[in-house]
Design a protein around this ligand. Structure first.
Ligand SMILES: [Zn+2]
Length: 187
């Protein structure tokens, strides 16, 4: 990806992408475990959770519980804090909209170029976040192409059969082979 104009849209919450790529290149639209929010959504603010999570982890006793007084509380209303990840109380506030805005700005800027929508392991459980938008945009944009890599659920709709490719394989193997082909190690 190094010399490419790329952007990453993810529903993962595990922050693996942000270990490698800068935050300006990533939209985590289903939340991020590094933040807490108020479980009552009484105000629109996220709080760093990493240090607290380490402390809680260290405090887990043999009964797999933590002391009640260590449970983080909302500084405004006193309710328990929740990890900022998709749930019934997921806070769709400022940060949530920023994640969408970053993505939309990138898409808008590049919509008239040759664009590859590369879908990795999305599956059919929540197609509305990545898969279906990728299909719609590939269909609508003249210079767009779609590739899905998924060992089970690699699907290309009929409408995209000339603009799409399904690779039903292990993602790590496909990416490793691709790198070998580009570097000339594999033909
Ligand atoms: Zn609160």
């Amino acid at each position: 990806m190094k010399d490419k104009n790329y952007y990453i849209l993810t529903t993962n919450q595990d922050t693996q992408f942000s270990r490698i790529f800068s935050e300006e290149k990533i939209s985590a639209i289903q939340g991020d475990w590094r933040y807490f929010q108020c479980s009552r959504r009484c105000h629109d603010e996220l709080y760093d959770s990493v240090e607290t999570l380490h402390k809680l982890n260290d405090a887990i006793g043999p009964d797999l519980r933590v002391p009640t007084d260590m449970i983080p509380r909302c500084p405004k209303c006193g309710a328990e804090m929740e990890p900022w990840v998709r749930s019934w109380v997921f806070l769709e506030g400022k940060k949530y909209h920023e994640e969408h805005n970053k993505l939309n700005a990138f898409l808008k800027k590049n919509m008239h170029k040759k664009v590859l929508f590369l879908e990795l392991g999305v599956g059919r459980m929540t197609p509305m976040f990545i898969q279906e938008p990728f299909w719609d945009l590939t269909y609508a944009w003249p210079g767009a192409f779609y590739i899905t890599i998924n060992p089970r659920d690699a699907i290309v709709p009929d409408e995209l059969k000339n603009k799409g490719m399904a690779i039903r394989e292990d993602i790590a193997k496909v990416l490793a082979d691709t790198r070998k082909i580009f570097s000339g190690e594999m033909k």
